[in-house]
Design a binder for this molecule. Sequence first.
Ligand SMILES: NC(=O)c1ccc[n+]([C@@H]2O[C@H](COP(=O)([O-])OP(=O)(O)OC[C@H]3O[C@@H](n4cnc5c(N)ncnc54)[C@H](OP(=O)(O)O)[C@@H]3O)[C@@H](O)[C@H]2O)c1
Length: 493
Amino acid sequence: MLAPCTFIVFGATGNLARIKLLPAIYHLEEVGRIPDGSAIVGFSRRKFSNDEWREHVASTLKDKARGGLKNEVFERLSKRLHMVSGEMTDADSLQNLKTYIDANNLPKNLIFYMAIPPTQYTKVSQAIADTGLHQEEQGWRRLVIEKPFGYDSESAQVLNAKLHEHFTEKQIFRIDHYLGKAMVQNVLIFRFANLMLEPLWNRNYIDHVQITHSESLGISGRAAFYDGVGAMRDMIQSHLLQMLTLVAMEPPPNLDAESLRDEKVKVLKSIRPIAKRAVNAHAFRAQYGAGEVNGEHVQAYLQEEGVPAHSTTETYAALKLYIDNWRWRNVPFYLRTGKRMAQNSSVISIRFKHPPQQLFRQTQIEKIKPNWIILGIQPHECMRIEMQVKQPGLELNTHTTSLDASYCTHTDYQLDAYEALLLDIIENDRSLFLRYDEIAWAWGVVDPVIKQWDIERDYIHTYPAGSWGPPEVNKLFDRDDHYWRDALDQKED
Ligand SMILES: NC(=O)c1ccc[n+]([C@@H]2O[C@H](COP(=O)([O-])OP(=O)(O)OC[C@H]3O[C@@H](n4cnc5c(N)ncnc54)[C@H](OP(=O)(O)O)[C@@H]3O)[C@@H](O)[C@H]2O)c1
């Protein structure tokens, strides 16, 4: 049986807590996975009594609970909910938190969840230490850090050093919520639980790999956060590079956290560094203009509230990488992400090479289409192998058929990544959290690009909102027959 804990959410009134953390906690309560006797303590500047806070949480959960808010579940959860208000960087407020925990006899195992602006991470960890709350005298301590972890290599290093002044590596949980997605974990199962794939999973058979994350939403009023950050820092440095490591890594000796993370780091270390003079050949950026998304006119990035008039922050970024190891040498990995694109979609597409002999050249088929493996991460969880078969009839024609290795549909039961991750924190399983060296190497991959882009601030390509991005990005392709797989659909060429 797991020991009870006190789960403290700094920034409990913020967006992340509202859309992700509180619903995840509710769903864990529903399935009885929160250890008996545990408490959830919200912390923010806005003042609430405990009763007001419980009402606030209930109204937040009303439209977020799967299948509607269930009274008996919320009653159980409600008994765990507490609120302490104060300035979280201030020693007196943190002392109040400590006094509250002691006075109410809350469990002495403490989780500090930083659902706060990244600029506050080190200040809050310092304030925690100043009150002695970080000391593991009467229970364990865990510190959860949200993304982004730093702004570039140097700032990530400084942040890490500051956190380590008071917390050990084993106490720090760095979140990349993509790793909590079931389908991302399924990449490992797909690769390592199926022997038939392994002989094909290398440069001899794979032509290239594409990883796409597209969003139809814009910046949703978050200009203050987004402008100056951009798609390369926000998405590629974290989620897309993590997906790349799972596709490219060697099988780990076992599934414990360190073995998995060791293998991911080896991939990141093997990525060919992008030289300053080669940035334009490897990376591309653009910004959305006005356009139409789902039948509605939407404004350009520069017209969004709070965006400076001449901003060149990229809302679209693409990157071509090579992994210089035995398995992947000279296989391009194309990564791209964008806001205000045609669809919401995260897909890993793996294209195989053509068969060595063009056996059908003299027939009506002429050109055989290559095989693809498509791993849909969201919204459709999907594993599909595309193959060529003969069309029924007298003529020798082919068409593409898919072997669906799992369901390719929306399911009603959508487990959110945060449910899995919060449970892992409570259970002290760090395999889906980032070790610092993963983050450092990932920053190392994108640093030359962001540094160059930070200098070149006079021009940026644009693409109409609602499109799949600008055609100029195709200059990244190594060969003429490379093209983007947009979402799950096969482009007939
Ligand atoms: N939102 C998302 O979808 C999302 C996704 C992934 C990662 N993240 C990360 O999660 C973190 C939180 O993001 P968010 O979108 O939730 O931010 P947010 O909506 O701005 O919320 C920030 C929270 O911090 C509190 N706060 C700020 N300064 C404070 C202070 N000095 N003392 C006490 N409380 C303070 C605010 O509460 P009061 O104003 O009431 O004090 C608020 O509850 C960020 O690091 C972000 O990058 C967010």
